[in-house]
Each structure stands twice: as C-alpha cells, then as structure tokens.
Design a protein around this ligand. Structure first.
Ligand code: SAM
Length: 243
C-alpha cells in the first residue's frame, strides 16, 4: 500500500512514520510513505505558496496553483485514479470502519492544509474525501495524516506480526477491547483474573466478551446503540449504565 502525502513539512511526516511497526513495514516493502513538498511546485522565486484571504480575516491561505501542480505530478506518477483525502476539521470523522475501507486501496493521496487552510477551488477540483480526526483544530494536516496512515497500515496484511492482532480490537462489533494483563501475576497486591490463568479457552473468550460489554457500557455507552448484543448482554450493559 502506498501513501503519498502533499505537505509543506515532508520531513515531519517521513520521520514520524520511520520507526517501530510502520518503519519496519516500510523496510519490508509492505507500505511506502512518500511525502512531497507542495513548495517545490511554487512558481515564484521566493517559493511562496500562501497569501492573504480575499474578504479579509486572520491568517494565510495556501494558494491553489502549487497544490494543483503537485497533485498533477503525483497523479501522473501513480498512473491510476486515486482517492485524495483532504485533512480538515470540517470533514467526515475518521473511524476504524473508514480505515478498513481505505485499507483496500492500492494508493492514497493525502493533502495536508496549514495556516487557515487551502483555497477552495483546488479542493473542489481534486479532493474526493474530506476527513477530520476529531472535533478540534490543529495547526496542520500532518499529524492527522500520520494518524490515518498508522491506523490504515496496521490493517495491511503482514504489517502486524500476528494478523489476528488487528482482528479482535476496540471498535470491532462496536465494542471496546477487554482489559489486557501480562507478567507478573501480581502487581501492587492486584492479581491477574484467575480465569486468564486457567487455560480454558472457551471460558476465557466468554469472560473477555463480557468485559468488553462492561467496559463499553462504562466508557463509551454511545457505541452500544449500534452494537449487536445478546439479550443477556443488553441486560448486563443496562445494569452497568444504571450503576
Ligand atoms: N480555518 C480552518 C477551519 O476553521 O476549518 C482550520 C485550519 S487549521 C488551523 C489548518 C489545517 O490543519 C487544516 O487545513 C487541516 O489540514 C489541518 N487540521 C486541523 N485540525 C484538523 C482535524 N481535526 N482533522 C484533520 N485536519 C485538521
């Protein structure tokens, strides 16, 4: 899977994704992160890419021409129709479900805004998916692009050493993951739940599912509205919410 990022800060993106699991996946050729500097497409000798907003107001706006030329160069290089994600607090909010959908693509282009954003005309021309990572405003689209690339990469086959790791996680079935424990068996007087030491897989699965329901009811009850629960699980969730 190839990620192409249009940005004013390419090193921020490549350095931020060069370590750990994503870095190793890139070394193994499972994913690639290609960051392109929009400034390289400025058509003035000062390499300026931003200007004052028409109509007045605070801040600067990224001009349409360098973004469009940058996109054209990338599109030519990729050679096939590619989804173009514009990172914006105004977009559809990113989710695990959307990550699963995007992980099916061969290539994805990300456009990172900065300052007050990007001239609307070029957005209308090239963007297929305006996406936000949450209802708050950041200084640029680089961190949101990195968040998305990290999340999508984990779903690319082979990236996680054990493909099952991505299967039973939070947001699967609209439930949060059950609590996890590792050694030692006792920490600050708290013991690992007995059942996890029993080796009885069916009982462990049952316990984990129940814990997922309890945790979701406590921390993210909104998720339960669309989760598929048995009658018994619905009762358990209701009890937790009441308490
Ligand atoms: N003036 C814009 C507005 O009110 O919608 C906000 C611009 S923000 C300061 C600069 C850039 O950061 C945006 O163009 C976008 O690329 C990025 N950005 C900020 N918050 C974001 C978020 N929650 N999700 C995705 N991108 C975000």
């Amino acid at each position: 899977m190839n990620f192409h990022v249009m940005t004013l800060f390419p090193e921020m993106v490549t350095q931020g994704l060069s370590d750990s699991i994503i870095g190793r996946a890139a070394d193994r050729g499972l994913v690639s992160v290609h960051a392109v500097n929009i400034r390289d497409y400025a058509n003035n000798r000062y390499r300026q890419v931003d200007d004052y907003p028409y109509g007045g107001g605070a801040g600067m706006v990224i001009q349409p021409q360098p973004v469009y030329d940058c996109y054209q160069a990338l599109a030519k290089q990729i050679g096939q129709k590619t989804r173009v994600i514009y990172l914006t607090p105004q977009g559809r909010v990113f989710s695990q479900k959307l990550a699963e959908e995007l992980a099916k693509e061969e290539d994805l282009i990300f456009l990172c805004g900065h300052y007050e954003g990007v001239d609307e005309r070029v957005l209308e021309e090239i963007v297929t998916d305006p996406i936000s990572i949450g209802d708050y405003v950041l200084t640029g689209g680089e961190l949101p692009a990195m968040v998305m690339i990290d999340c999508i990469s984990r779903l690319v086959p082979g990236v996680l050493h054990n493909d099952l790791s991505a299967e039973f996680e939070s947001f699967q079935d609209n439930l949060l993951e059950y609590p996890q424990y590792t050694r030692p068996e006792e920490f600050m007087g708290k013991k690992v739940p007995e059942i996890l030491l029993s080796g009885h897989h069916a009982n462990i699965e049952k316990w984990r599912r129940e814990q997922s329901v309890i945790r979701t009811a406590r921390w993210r009850p909104d998720l339960l509205e669309t989760a598929e629960l048995t009658e018994q699980e619905k009762k358990l969730a209701a009890e937790i919410r009441e308490s």
